[in-house]
Every structure is written in C-alpha cells, then in structure tokens.
Design a protein around this ligand. Structure first.
Ligand code: SAM
Length: 327
C-alpha cells in the first residue's frame, strides 16, 4: 500500500522537521513541538537521509520548524537537500524576522511556502507574548516573503483569552490587505495540563469564531491535513481567507492526521502530544545502516501512530457530562 498507512488506516504523506530548538522569541504558550530544549541538532546530510527514507514511503510534503529554523546557518543547504527528494510542498514556520535577509534565498533553495507567526497586531501585546519588541520586523518579514514570491503565505495566530482574541477582526483586515491567509489556532496542550491555571487562564474555544466564519463564508474548503476548514469571506468588498486549527478534543482532526515528525535530536515522533513513543532513527544513520534497516525503523515509527483524541473517548466523556448534569 502506497503511501504507507498506520494501523488506523491513515496515510502518512507529510513530515514536520524540527531543525533546532533555539529561538530568539519566548512565546509563553509555546509547546516547543512537544520536545523541550536540546542543544544537539542533525546535520543537513542527516536530515536529507531521513527525508529520503520518508519519501520512499510516500511522504511528499515537508514542513520545517524549530525553535526558529532561520537561525540555522545551514538552512539553505537543508532545503536544497530536501528538494532533491520531495516533489510536493516544502514549507517553513518562522517568526519572520530574518525573512528580509533570507526570503529570496530560501525561495531559490526550493522552499515553496512560509507560515509566519504573528500572535498580536499591537506592539505591546506582541512584546507581552513573545518577550521581544519586534512587530515591525515581522511585518517587514511578511513583505519580504511576498516580494520573494511565496504563495500562499499564512499568518499563524494562536488565539488567547483576554490577550489577543479582540484583535481577530483587525488581523482579518490586515491579512486581507496583505493578500495572505490568516490561520487562527486554538491554544493546545496535553490532557494532563488541561486543568492547569495557565491553560484555563488563556484557553478559549474557537466555536463562536467558527460560527461567525461559517455564517459569512462565500466559500468553505477543507485541507486534507486534519480536515482544517478554510473560509473565504468578504470584508468591505475585499476577500479575506481564514483557516481554523481546532485540535483540542477534535477526533476528526486526529482522524485526518497525515503527519509524522522528526525531532532536532533525530527521533521520529508520531504525535505532537505524546512523548512516550519516539523511535530513534539517527543512530541507524550514524552507523551507516543500509536502506532496509532504515526503512524498518521508519515503518516501526509509523505503526506507533495513534489518534490522540479518539471518538470513543470523547463520547465516554460526553456521557459523563450528561450524567453529572442530571445529578
Ligand atoms: N519559531 C517558529 C515560529 O515562530 O513559527 C517555529 C516554531 S513554533 C513552535 C511553530 C508554531 O507552533 C507557531 O506557529 C506557534 O504559533 C505554534 N504553537 C506553539 N505553541 C502552541 C500552542 N501551545 N498551541 C497552539 N499552537 C502553538
């Protein structure tokens, strides 16, 4: 069967590669791609080798992440090497501040798309979230990405209660004016952390935003990854395109997950939310293992994939709520 499927029948067609964990921002809500901070990284040659293995199994989309991927001096080499094996989309999520210097070179190296994180439209709010006074640099980064020909460009906006939720209308307007897609992302965390003080303080459901977007959409499309909805709406005669990423307790999201991850230390990671099912692939690469052995390692990692939010768990929980409500 091609592409490779996990034991739940889900095809694995995309890989999210964490090239470092170093970052020049300190976003207080950051999930760190579920790995924590590590000083070790993989070389461009090692990343290429993993991409080659993944591509043999049907992976044809790559997303680079970090840390902050543009802080790697060899990021162009990493992209060029990836391009040799991937015919589909290669994209990167970045805070955008190095794009004025790098965008054109990234494009020439073979990068197709960028997601630029912009969690606030206000200088103060931006600094509160990221710890850095850099909103102008991010806006310059968006412009540089446009000039370099990246298309589409997406702005990542993690929605936070009492911090930036009121800025959504202005963010929609900005994205429409700039001709970029706004991606509204639910603040997510692992099950064990859901009742923590910090999470309860900042988490807000995106349901009411979804209702508004649905009610005003001229067009609704769905991304094959996670079945993420994309709404095209009219804002004062101009089009705005808004995507919603609503992972929490969303079994449809997990049911349509096509992604496997590579950590900065060289482990295959089946799920952002799990840290108990890594598969080491870098040792095999560093000991010059042959393709058969690396293929087995990759297949083993894919078979560890499991939906994090499952329909049966959610139904069980909704029974509990009903029972509690009925006294
Ligand atoms: N430094 C890069 C950047 O700023 O985009 C890449 C790393 S960052 C971890 C990748 C993406 O994860 C960002 O768009 C960020 O908004 C998102 N993210 C981080 N923590 C999150 C959380 N707790 N919930 C939802 N999204 C989160």
């Amino acid at each position: 069967m091609y592409p490779i499927r996990d034991s739940y029948g889900r095809p694995v067609t995309s890989m999210r590669i964490q090239v470092n964990t170093t970052c020049n921002f300190k976003c207080f809500f950051c999930h760190m791609e579920g790995t924590g901070v590590h000083s070790e990284t993989l070389s461009p040659e090692e990343i290429e080798r993993v991409v080659e293995v993944a591509a043999r199994h049907g992976v044809n989309k790559i997303k680079f992440t970090g840390g902050e991927p543009t802080l790697r001096r060899d990021i162009l080499d990493i992209i060029k090497r990836t391009r040799k094996h991937i015919s589909g989309n290669i994209s990167m999520t970045t805070n955008g501040i190095r794009l004025p210097a790098l965008a054109q070179k990234l494009r020439e190296a073979g990068l197709d798309r960028v997601n630029i994180s912009m969690h606030s439209i206000d200088r103060e709010g931006f600094q509160f979230i990221t710890g850095v006074d850099a909103i102008d640099k991010v806006v310059n980064g968006i412009r540089a990405a446009k000039s370099a020909g990246f298309n589409p460009i997406k702005l990542n906006f993690v929605v936070l209660k009492d911090v930036n939720i009121d800025q959504i209308p202005r963010m929609i307007e900005l994205s429409s004016n700039e001709g970029v897609i706004l991606q509204l992302i639910e603040f997510e965390t692992v099950r064990e952390n859901e009742n923590s003080e910090e999470y309860l303080k900042y988490h807000v459901s995106l349901d009411s935003i979804e209702t508004y977007l649905k009610g005003n959409a001229e067009k609704i499309e769905y991304n094959s990854l996670h079945l993420r909805p994309r709404y095209t709406i009219d804002i004062n005669g101009k089009k705005a395109v808004v995507e919603l990423v609503k992972p929490m307790h969303n079994y449809e999201f997990c049911k349509h997950c096509t992604r496997i991850r590579l950590t900065s230390t060289g482990a295959l990671k089946p799920c952002l939310m799990r840290d108990d099912n890594y598969t080491d692939i870098i040792s095999g690469i560093r000991s010059n293992s042959d393709n058969d052995l690396l293929d087995n390692i990759f297949r083993k990692a894919v078979m560890k994939r499991e939906p994090y939010w499952k329909e049966e768990d959610e139904l069980k929980n909704s029974d509990k709520v009903l029972w509690i409500n009925q006294g």
